[in-house]
Design a protein around this ligand. Structure first.
Ligand code: AP5
Length: 191
């Protein structure tokens, strides 16, 4: 199994690059943001609770997200590996993910961390918000709150995996194609 975390702040291109990577390597895409948005669309109890937090740019509680990830992985026993997008986002989520993988005799192989400056992130997300209908993209105050939440709580994920020498920084500004080529080089060196 090959398990990859595509890491980076909101708007760094995780979703965009995930599409290219899963198409090329046949990994199972696990985006906690997409799973939460589908709970919201289905108006589940979990979705209704998560919406308030997501609309404010705040993280959903660890136990909710970890439970969703556990269910998703169990529902895909045939996966050749997972591409984790937007997860883990806290140290507690890192520890839980390592435990879930260890129970199946697996581990994270690499964390590819996209590097993008804050003003570029805001520009991209406001641009997407004009057409996407994502409520957390429409307002610059909420976008900056998401980035602050990332700086306060999620950068710890890179610190956690750095202790196991699993983090590789990748320039996340430039064309989608050139960034994908850099990501591909790192994956090919390890898969
Ligand atoms: P989530 O859905 O994970 O959103 P995010 O991390 O904020 O990331 P985005 O989807 O906004 O950005 P991205 O990095 O995927 O970039 P993308 O490719 O889309 O999370 C949403 C919310 O859910 C969180 O705020 C939180 O509340 C909750 N949540 C989710 N997971 C959680 C967890 N594990 N724990 C707790 N809470 C959780 O690109 C963005 C834009 O930029 C697009 O328009 C794209 O076309 C454009 N773009 C991409 N690449 C380039 C490029 N190279 N040049 C120019 N434009 C580009």
């Amino acid at each position: 199994m090959f398990n990859l975390i595509l890491f980076g702040p909101p708007g760094s291109g995780k979703g965009t690059q995930s599409e290219n990577i899963i198409a090329a390597y046949g990994l199972q895409h696990l985006s906690t943001g997409n799973l939460l948005r589908s709970e919201i669309a289905d108006q589940t109890t979990l979705g209704l609770k998560a919406k308030t937090l997501m609309d404010a740019g705040q993280l959903v509680p660890d136990e909710v997200v970890i439970g969703m990830v556990d269910n998703f992985m169990n529902a895909h026993p045939e996966a050749k590996g997972f591409l984790f997008d937007g997860f883990p986002r806290t140290t507690a989520q890192c520890v839980a993910l390592d435990d879930l993988l260890k129970q199946k005799g697996n581990e994270i192989n690499v964390v590819l961390a996209l590097q993008v400056g804050e003003e570029e992130l805001v520009k991209r997300l406001l641009g997407r918000g004009a057409t996407s209908g994502r409520s957390d993209d429409t307002n610059e105050t909420i976008i900056r709150a998401r980035i602050k939440e990332y700086n306060d709580k999620t950068t710890a994920v890179a610190t956690y995996y750095a202790q196991f020498e699993k983090v590789v920084n990748v320039q996340g500004e430039g064309s989608v194609e050139s960034i994908y080529a850099d990501l591909k080089k790192e994956i090919d060196a390890r898969i």
